[in-house]
Design a protein around this ligand. Sequence first.
Ligand code: NDP
Length: 338
Amino acid sequence: NKQIILKAHVSGFPKESDMDLKTSTIRLKVPQGSKAVLVKNLYLSCDPYMRSRMKKLDVPGYVPSFTPGSAISGYGVAKVLDSGHPNFKEGEFIWGMTGWEEYSLITAPETLFKIQYTDVPLSYYTGILGMPGMTAYAGFYELCSPKKGEYVFVSAASGAVGQLVGQFAKLMGCYVVGSAGTNDKVDLLKKKFGFDDAFNYKEENNLDAALKRYFPKGIDIYFENVGGKMLDAVLLNMRLHGRIAVCGMISQYNLDQHEGVHNLLRLIAMRIRMEGFLVGDYYHLYPKFLDFIRQYIKEGKIVYVEDSAEGLESGPTALIGLYTGRNVGKQVVVVAHE
Ligand code: NDP
């Protein structure tokens, strides 16, 4: 059983050499009497939050740190090979927490989602039909209270979550602008995902001036994925009663000392609501979300771009690539094709 392990807890920017490929043996049968499920992993999801699990972390209610020497874990899509649990049967597909390895024995299968619809690429359950899709849906519709005609700004807009937030905002009749880190991603935002406009934040030396150019009347909704300097510039451009959904702050994840935010006073004068959220609190909406999004996919009104890395051994490069913007769209690692 090939596995990707973390060698030791990481500080600063993660490197490929922080991880290793290890081979161990696994019995391809669930132990007698156990309620576990044995799966063959197909698609693994690279997600920015995994960086927090690479360090020694002690945040109550948040996911635990990886154990050095053991396979790392994350969301994935897998096929059930053997099951001791009455809800899962051999041959079924699931998505949920699994190991970065060829085969995993999942001892808490209650957390897994059974895949009912296989008329879409199964890898979609790492993205648009999985955790990132649910994040975009909950963050945009539940936190942002969007209304037709409002001005929406999305950072890391071409990524797993951002590309969907932009498309949801268009469906709602909003004016939406995204930022991304390359000109190709900017093109993708405008041509593929239907953003009204987009810019490369790496080519702007004054983010406040850039935002004033794209939002002369200001921003009603900011879907925050990056934090740092972008958040500070956005705060200067929010409109009265604006909403900021704090989904993530990827620019801060590799810093031992987080950058300060200077313009929070704007929250008061502009009566802005700024709220953090965790997707884990919204999975009760998953069935509703699935019906909603499948319909739009079928009608071709929502599209999704994935970036696939072939082979488990490509996992470490793909994962750390999230922090340099190497990925174009949702980063997936293909362990096996069905
Ligand atoms: P993406 O697919 O968007 O990948 C990460 C992207 O972030 C990169 O491609 C890169 O794009 C951008 N990025 C990396 N470093 C920086 C930096 N220093 N400054 C600005 N941008 C940077 O990831 P996801 O869509 O999966 O996640 C987006 C955000 O949502 C993350 O912050 C993540 O932590 C958060 N999240 C939160 C959840 C929650 O429950 N609250 C659940 C899921 C995700 P570019 O080329 O544009 O720089």
